[in-house]
Write a protein that binds this ligand. Sequence first.
Ligand code: KIV
Ligand code: ZN
Length: 521
Amino acid sequence: MKSENKVLIFDTTLRDGEQSPGASLNQAEKLQIAHSLARLGVDIIEAGFPYSSQGDFEAVKQIAQEVKGSIICGLARANKADIEKAAQSLEPAEKKRIHTFIGTSDIHLEHKLKLTKKQCLEKAVEMVKFAKSFTEDIEFSPEDAGRSNPQFLFEILQAVIEAGATTVNIPDTVGYITPFEFGSLIKSIKQNVPNINSAIISVHCHNDLGLATANSLAALSHGARQVECTINGLGERAGNCALEEIVMILKTREKHFGLYSQINTVEIARTSHLVSNLTGFAVQKNKAIVGANAFAHESGIHQDGVLKNKSTYEIIDPEQVGFKTNRLPLGPRSGKHALKSRLAELGYQLETQELDSAYIKFKELADKKKQVSDKDLISIVDEKQRESVTETFFALERLQVACGSGLPTASVELKDLKTNTSLKTSALGTGPVDAVYQAIKELVNIPNELIEFSVQSITEGIDAQGEVTIRIKHQNKIYNGHAANTDILVASAKAYLNAVNKLCAHLERIPVIQGQIVEEV
Ligand code: KIV
Ligand code: ZN
């Protein structure tokens, strides 16, 4: 297909996605997701907002250093300090982009920026020129474009393109616009901005009314050629356009739209799973493309149809997005070689040492469960992934819980890995999980508030592993924790420790972080 029909995929999971309350990621987690996005083949990775914190600055810098293939982008408000910081963090990147933005709607100009339209336009032009002194590839966003005066939008777009912007992004910041309106807006930009062909039109849609994907598609139909999106639709408030949805619409309805992306779609399921695992945001079961039920057929009529011919009720082959159809489970007698090849089929290539420790976990699980499914294997790899991106301060050594009609009591033994000592205590709670958490909290001795706790079963059956996700809060910062085990109290304790370890890592780095923050954004 012609290159003018190519749609650039700009992923902002690490920037807008990470702005979802409670989704915050540490540097190692961001790096792991960035590598996964590069494998997925996204054209541009928006790696963060470098000025917002020293942590974000360092994460963008490390991604710029280590992740190859995609353009690495940093966000900056339209001011010199933000742009300089973005440029500094992007310095090591093979291919870099600075994305600068300023509010253009009357609401933003009047209430947030206190600028006239003329001042706003001058600032935008000056800052695009300034950004251009660091890199050729400049993206400009008129924030809240969806509610901006179209005439002013045409003027500012013309001016920033003249100043050197190579991409102009049209954000529906508050998710207010509808597909018909958004398509018309893009069409009118094409008609009224004389130099529009010197830039790529991008769109950035939020999902407040559930229209982010539909709006992005409408824009593509009228000439936009870049979509900003996130894995699993993460993002501020109701989230952003979901990458997996826009990509699979273009692929499944290629004849209809005549457009294509270069995404390696078989990597979608794995990337979605990684993002969910590290952010602690479970994917809703009926989520399009990546939900657990997206390819399940429940009713007899549908099952009968699919058995006769898949096309009766299936528009996408699950393997196209990287879901493997159920194979025979492994069991206690399966060897390391069988584990290695099954993991490879699932897309996980483990190094010898990783495989050895995964095999130990696999054997423990197989002894308890007898049948270890693909989902169980993925949960073993998830745990290894979490361990590799979280420094361990405290590890669970022993847990004993007594509950029933009396007061639930938990006895916990932790290993403090920094001092190499054993810590023990017992605590009462309103229930067994509460008792476990009271005991751990006493041993860790850092005040924190449990703000979310959820359990999901990984597979069906009474012997299934329970997957616990929790969020704790310390001084207004939220840390997530995640763990799976056939015993949900052990999973609960480990999930809590996973969050506590992230909190400890953050506290250890705080002197550096505080010394560097210029202004909280
Ligand atoms: O939603 C928005 O307007 C943004 C901009 C920074 C592009 O995220
Ligand atoms: Zn946004």
